[in-house]
Design a protein around this ligand. Structure first.
Ligand code: ATP
Ligand code: MG
Length: 348
């Protein structure tokens, strides 16, 4: 059996640091591990339309933003296939067939969809059928590539469970055809849920608490200095401070290494020593924030440079997307043919 990954993103905005730690970084590692026969990355523009039907322009412009983000973090189009969902009609057909294998009661129980319905106000305004059924379209995406490994955030686990049920049911009714996928979930808390710069909620574009991969150094600095709360009781440098619940330290926990200390803050050997000093008193927030800026820039500066390089060569970016889509069309059309054959609706 081949080892095939399917993963992707909704093109509803530029990608941020939460996406980087939660999924992009690991995608690049998986891509370069040599452990996989195929890596498919789907830009889910149709899925994005299910709750943005009135704003297709936003989706259109963010397709290219997302591709630029991918290329700038190290997704390599010679190793990973980047494709656009709406250009793959096999996915629509599969969704249509799978909808017959799922009940509305089952979809209504999906906890992620439930909370998204609340968040988007669909509970009051009325729920678009397309949005309600998007877990079915995700099942189409995953199975169309015969993916056996699906790297997802925890919020996506119910989708994968739904897909597994569809695969089980399809294979039971029509004969062994679809590949049973398994989820690969992030290992640590930060990867699961990087908080926003406000420290309150998960970093999320709709909450406006993001550091985007494409933000300039000046914007990153402004976010750190202006939006990151430290310890409200740490008024004077000499005051003892708290590192728990202190956003600057939460980020340092996630991003800094001992090498960063050697390079930028040689007074300390590691984060424990720095934290101990902060707790004792005598370490100012300004120093901590400057260090965090330097630490984040180690990740962000090369990404920003790569992005600028690709942005100058936008024709090549479109070519990459077109080539990925041609390849994905072959794969997904073949799966659709297998599905129609299994269902014995391959009439001609
Ligand atoms: P929205 O505000 O529209 O929900 P978002 O910025 O939260 O957008 P999503 O499209 O919901 O981004 O995220 C897609 C995937 O990216 C998630 O399933 C998760 O794997 C990962 N992800 C997003 N935000 C974070 C975060 N703050 N920490 C870790 N992973 C994240
Ligand atoms: Mg979200």
């Amino acid at each position: 059996m081949k080892n095939i990954i399917l993963t992707g993103d909704r093109p509803t905005g530029r990608l941020h640091l939460g996406h980087y730690v939660g999924s992009l970084k690991r995608r690049v590692e998986l891509q370069n591990s040599g452990r996989f026969d195929e890596i498919n990355i789907l830009i889910a523009d149709d899925q994005a339309l299910t709750d943005n039907a009135d704003n297709p322009g936003k989706i259109r412009e963010n397709i290219i933003n997302v591709v630029l983000d991918y290329l700038s973090v190290g997704i390599d189009p010679t190793k990973s296939t980047i494709c656009v969902q709406s250009t793959l009609p096999a996915l629509h057909a599969l969704t249509f067939y799978y909808m017959n294998l799922v009940t509305t009661a089952r979809l209504s129980r999906n906890p992620t969809v439930k909370s998204e319905i609340q968040m988007r106000g669909f509970a009051d305004e009325g729920l678009p059928v397309g949005f309600f059924a998007y877990p079915v379209s995700q099942a189409a995406d995953i199975t169309a590539f015969h993916a056996n490994v699906v790297p997802v955030g925890e919020d996506q686990l119910p989708m994968l469970e739904q897909t597994r049920e569809i695969v089980e049911k399809f294979n039971r009714i029509y004969g062994e055809t679809l590949t049973m996928p398994t989820a690969m979930i992030p290992e640590n808390e930060m990867q699961r849920r990087l908080p926003g710069v406000d420290g309150k909620a998960k970093m999320s574009k709709s909450l406006g608490n993001c550091i985007y991969l494409s933000d300039s150094a000046a914007v990153v600095k402004k976010q750190i200095n202006g939006k990151m709360f430290t310890d409200p009781l740490h008024l004077q440098i000499s005051d003892p401070g708290h590192t728990e619940g202190n956003v600057v330290f939460t980020y340092l926990d996630a991003f800094c290494t001992d090498e960063h200390f050697a390079e930028f803050l040689p007074d300390y050997a590691n984060l424990e020593e720095m934290k101990a000093h902060y707790r004792r008193g005598g370490l100012g927030d300004g120093t901590c924030k400057k260090f965090l800026f330097n630490v984040l820039e180690e990740t962000l500066a090369p990404i920003r440079e790569e992005r600028a390089r690709w942005a100058k060569d936008i024709d090549t970016v479109y070519d990459i997307l077109a080539a990925g889509t041609v390849k994905a069309a072959e794969t997904t059309n073949e799966t659709l043919a297998q599905v129609r054959k299994a269902m014995r609706i391959d009439y001609f």
